[in-house]
Ligand binder design. Structure first.
Ligand SMILES: Nc1nc2c(ncn2[C@@H]2O[C@H](COP(=O)(O)OP(=O)(O)OP(=O)(O)O)[C@@H](O)[C@H]2O)c(=O)[nH]1
Ligand SMILES: [Mg+2]
Length: 318
């Protein structure tokens, strides 16, 4: 199938086309670029919800409940769960599938797990592009679930329209989250596993952290919602908070999308330029030689980069 035909089918909301499009993106094939070109003008309508939190916090269970809650209110959803690479949580992949199967027969919901890639920035690129596909396919909400451990994952959630940080009682997660810098990106806090001992202590810990910040009059102060994902308790309150944030941040939405666009452009430029350098500027094996020289201190990274840039520019003028 040509990229144009695939783009048309994605725009028509065809489930198999959506799955195929996301696979192209995951595999980073050149056809993926053509596809994005074809669908991009039709994107920008979906509301992007980023969900992050430590492994096993109950993110998938909660997203599953949120899907049920919002579906009942007529929303359509795309869900992208970024699989943790840690072998200890590997079982979650199967778990996600089983849990989400409840929505398998529902055309209004598309759920996909994506594998993390080693390449720097690769994860952020593939998830934001997959979100574009779901947006183009007409989903009104797109949820991206990541384990908030790497910078890449934090960036993904930060660039969503609303960022939700999930914590659980009694594991010192608040402290961890503070260290990882994910407290600052939260528009909404969720303390999940509220059925467990210590939930109120966790709420208080987040509260006291928020109390340290000063909020201008009328500024959004992140609410803290207690949930119990398996029973769905607190999920309607979470949805209400999301809608409240959405109307509150309407004015700032453009800025956030602009930031997302900037991230995309910079990432693309870097990727395209490096690719060009490796293919057309450097001789085969030359990159390794340069790396060796840097390692042995024969050349510094600044000079090496400047030299490569100069050669690339000169080549452009030939
Ligand atoms: N007691 C209790 N257990 C919960 C709650 N929410 C989720 N769980 C359980 O916690 C475990 C992990 O839930 P998941 O939804 O897979 O967590 P996750 O954050 O998506 O996990 P990863 O994607 O592996 O990081 C499951 O056994 C859930 O049943 C809750 O509110 N209370
Ligand atoms: Mg999960």
């Amino acid at each position: 199938m040509t990229s144009d035909a695939l783009a048309d089918r994605v725009l028509a909301g065809d489930v198999r086309a959506i799955a195929r499009a996301i696979s192209l993106i995951e595999d980073e094939t050149p056809a993926a670029a053509d596809l994005i070109r074809g669908i991009f003008p039709e994107t920008g309508r979906a509301y992007l919800i980023g969900v992050t939190g430590p492994p096993g916090a109950g993110k998938s269970t909660l997203v599953d409940r949120l899907v049920a809650e919002t579906r009942a209110q007529g929303e359509t959803l795309g869900v992208i769960a970024v699989d943790p690479t840690s072998p200890f949580t590997g079982g979650a992949i199967l778990g996600d599938r089983l849990r989400m199967q409840a929505h398998a027969a529902d055309d209004g919901v598309f759920i996909r797990s994506m594998a993390t890639r080693g390449q720097l920035g690769g994860l952020a690129r593939s998830t934001t592009d997959a979100a574009l596909v779901l947006d183009a396919a007409g989903k009104s909400l797109v949820v991206i679930e990541t384990v908030g451990v790497g910078q890449d994952e934090v960036d993904i959630v930060r660039s969503a329209d609303v960022s939700i940080v999930i914590l659980v009682p009694g594991t010192g997660d608040e402290v961890q989250a503070l260290k990882a810098g994910i407290m600052e990106i939260a528009d909404i806090f969720v303390v999940n596993k509220a059925d467990r001992e210590g939930a109120d202590r966790t709420v208080t810990a987040v509260e006291s952290n928020l109390a340290l910040q000063s909020y201008a009059a009328g500024a959004w102060r992140p609410p803290i919602i207690k949930t119990e994902a398996p029973t769905g308790r607190g999920v309607p309150a979470l949805w209400t908070a999301i809608k409240a944030f959405r109307s509150h941040s309407e004015a700032g939405r453009h800025e956030r999308r602009r930031a997302r666009g900037e991230f995309r452009l910079r990432e693309r430029l870097t990727h395209t330029f490096l690719d060009h350098v490796e293919r057309h500027v450097l001789a085969p094996g030359e990159l390794e030689q340069v790396l060796e020289k840097i390692a042995s201190r024969a050349v510094d990274p600044y000079s090496a980069a400047a030299d490569i840039l100069r050669r690339a520019l000169e080549q452009g003028h030939e």
